[in-house]
Design a protein around this ligand. Structure first.
Ligand code: FNR
Length: 339
C-alpha cells in the first residue's frame, strides 16, 4: 500500500524521508551538571535513526544554565556543547535521518537551587522555588541566549530547530495570562504576551536560516487561560514570521491534570492546521501505524510525533509499516531480517 506515513515531506530545503518524528524527551542523563552529551545520548538517538525515524528530535536543551529543568539536562548554552551535539547529528545522519533539537528555557519550572526567573513572581507549586520577576535586561539576555543557541545548533549540523513554547516553561509563561501578569510591553494583551516569542524568532533568524518548528500548549485546561482561538491567532502570527510547523501539545501551565486518551491532542492539531493554514504536528498517545496513517490521510496533521512508543521500541517505524502492509528501507545490515 502507498502510505502517507512513509511518504517524504519537505520543509524549506530539508526533506524528511517519512512523517515520523521522535518527540523531544528529556533523558536527564548529563554528568557533572555540565549539559554535555554522553555516550548514552549518542546510543539513544542513533538507535531511533537506525529504526528509521525520519526526524530524530533531541530533548529540551537549555539555552541558559538557569533554564534547565534539572542539573542533568542537556545544554546548548556554551560553545563547549557543540562538539558533543555534532557527534549526535553525525550518527543520526549516517542512517539517512534528519536531526532536530528543541531549544528550551524552563523559567519558573527550573528545579534548581540557583536563582530562577519568570515573567511574574508566581510559584508553580510549593516545591519549586519562587521565581524572580524578569527585568527588561533579563528578557533581552534570554532572547540573545536563544539566538546563540540557534547558532550553535547550526554549527552542530542540525537540520531543524524547535522552540519549546509549551508545557508551562518560560515562553509559555509569557504566552499565558495565568502566569504573565506584567504591565509592560511583554504582558497584558495577547500581542504583548506573544512579544517575547516573536523577538526570540527574530533573533534566531539572524543566525539560523533552516526550518523552525514551535511546540505550543494548545490547551491550558483552565477557563482563565489561553483558549484554542488564542492559540490559532498565535499560530497565524508565527506563520507570518516564517515558522514551518506548530507541534501541538497541551497542558503544564498550572498544576492541572491533562485528560489523556488516544489522540487527545489531535482536535487541536486539526483546528490549527485548517484555521491558521499552517502545517501541524500531532502528538500524544499515537501508538499504531493505522492511527498515524488515518491522521495524515484525513489532513488532520502533517507529521506525527511519537514519544513513549519509541522509548519502548526503537523500531516502531518497522512495526507501523508492517501494520500498514508496506515495506520500508531498512538499514543495510538488517535487510535479510526486515524483508
Ligand atoms: C516528555 N515530553 C517532552 N516534551 C517536550 O516538549 N520536551 C521534552 O523534553 C519532553 N520530555 C519528556 C520526557 C519523557 C520521558 C516523556 C515521556 C515525555 C513529552 C513528549 O514529547 C510527548 O509530547 C508526550 O510524551 C506525549 O506523546 P506520547 O508519549 O504519548 O507519544
Amino acid at each position: 500500500m502507498e502510505t502517507k506515513l512513509f511518504s517524504p515531506i519537505q520543509f524549506d530545503d530539508v526533506e524528511l524521508k517519512n512523517r515520523i518524528v521522535m518527540s523531544p524527551m528529556c533523558m536527564y542523563s548529563c554528568d557533572n551538571q555540565d549539559g554535555r552529551v554522553t555516550p548514552f545520548h549518542i546510543t539513544h538517538y542513533e538507535s531511533r535513526a537506525v529504526g528509521q525515524v525520519g526526524l530524530v528530535m533531541l530533548e529540551a536543551s537549555a539555552v541558559q544554565p538557569n533554564g534547565r529543568i534539572s542539573y542533568e539536562d542537556l545544554g546548548i548554552w556554551s560553545d563547549e556543547h557543540i562538539d558533543g551535539l555534532k557527534h549526535v547529528t553525525n550518527r543520526i545522519h549516517a542512517h539517512d535521518a534528519k536531526a532536530a533539537i528543541q531549544l528550551a528555557h524552563a523559567g519558573r519550572k527550573a528545579n534548581l537551587s540557583d536563582d530562577t526567573y519568570a515573567p511574574s513572581p508566581i510559584r508553580f507549586n510549593d516545591k519549586l522555588p519562587m521565581p524572580k520577576e524578569m527585568t527588561l535586561d533579563d528578557i533581552q539576555d534570554t532572547i540573545q541566549a536563544f539566538r546563540e543557541a540557534a547558532r550553535r545548533a547550526k554549527e552542530a549540523n542540525f537540520d531543524i530547530i524547535e522552540i519549546h513554547g509549551a508545557h508551562g516553561y518560560l515562553i509559555n509563561q509569557f504566552l499565558s495570562p495565568l502566569t504573565n501578569q506584567r504591565d509592560d510591553d511583554y504582558g497584558g494583551s495577547l500581542p504583548n504576551r506573544m512579544r517575547f516569542l516573536n523577538e526570540i524568532l527574530e533573533a534566531i533568524q539572524t543566525t539560523w536560516n533552516g526550518p523552525i518548528f514551535v511546540r505550543l500548549s494548545t490547551a491550558e485546561y483552565d477557563e482563565n487561560g489561553n483558549q484554542l482561538d488564542d492559540i490559532v491567532s498565535i499560530a497565524e502570527t508565527l506563520k507570518t514570521q516564517g515558522v514551518s510547523l506548530i507541534d501541538c501539545s497541551s497542558g503544564g501551565v498550572i498544576p492541572t491534570k491533562v485528560p489523556t486518551y488516544p489522540g487527545y491532542q489531535l482536535p487541536m492539531a486539526e483546528t490549527i492546521k485548517h484555521d491558521a493554514t499552517i502545517a501541524t504536528g500531532a502528538v500524544g498517545l499515537i501508538t499504531s501505524g493505522i492511527q498515524a496513517e488515518e491522521i495524515l490521510q484525513n489532513h488532520r496533521a502533517d507529521l506525527v510525533f511519537i514519544g513513549r512508543q519509541l522509548l519502548t521500541n526503537p523500531y516502531w517505524p518497522k512495526q507501523a509499516a508492517d501494520q500498514l502492509n508496506t515495506t520500508i528501507t531498512s538499514p543495510v545490515q538488517y535487510e535479510r531480517g526486515w524483508r
